[in-house]
Design a protein. Sequence first.
Length: 243
Amino acid sequence: MLIFPAIDIIGGQAVRLFQGDYNQKQVFGEDPAVFAKSFEDAGASCLHLVDLDGAKAGAPQNFEVVRRITSGCGLFTELGGGIRDEATIERYFEAGVGRVILGTAALKNPAFTKAMVQKYGEKIAVGVDARDGKVAVEGWLQTSEADSMEFCVNMRDIGVQYIIYTDISRDGAQKGANLAAYEKLSAIEGLSITASGGVSTLAEIETLRQMGLYAAILGKALYTGMLALGDALVAAGEREEHK
């Protein structure tokens, strides 16, 4: 299983939110590129970026920061937040992003999502952000009526392979991951699932690995020192996989 250390960006800074609440923001650093390099130095091979301003605005707001991050490290980078059209997707690929994550666009425009998956294949992922089992959109500011599990199956059926599933109630709360949800998701054939939101112990990482998940995203647990990235990579089995 892969580990994706996360950098969430607001106003060019590396931040963490509590349960997706923009009013509960903690700034961890002025220059996100420094964090990316430190993750690489600690042995990571991947990076998860979110343009939180972009998620709210519906268009990229921190493009130059993203470009600086990708040019300053050799990590495989996936990015979400405000990606609603193909021009934005192309722009991010040209800037060195390896995979883009569609969230709001996937729910509101499945035909667009299907077309992008047909064109770009595994360079497209869908972010499924769940609040009480329903899909949240627009930077988590709105909750739809779509059932999050059914939505994952619908995405698979239009060709999506990579799903990043976040339980919003766990995100940034250090309450632990929603293991029951990931167990259900792991039983859906044809999907590569990334766990996101609340992953904060080595035991959880080992459990997610045993479930056969593709990856886990680590955010606040790394920034607060609750988890050491090197230990997480070993627990995930990534250290052995990449050496």
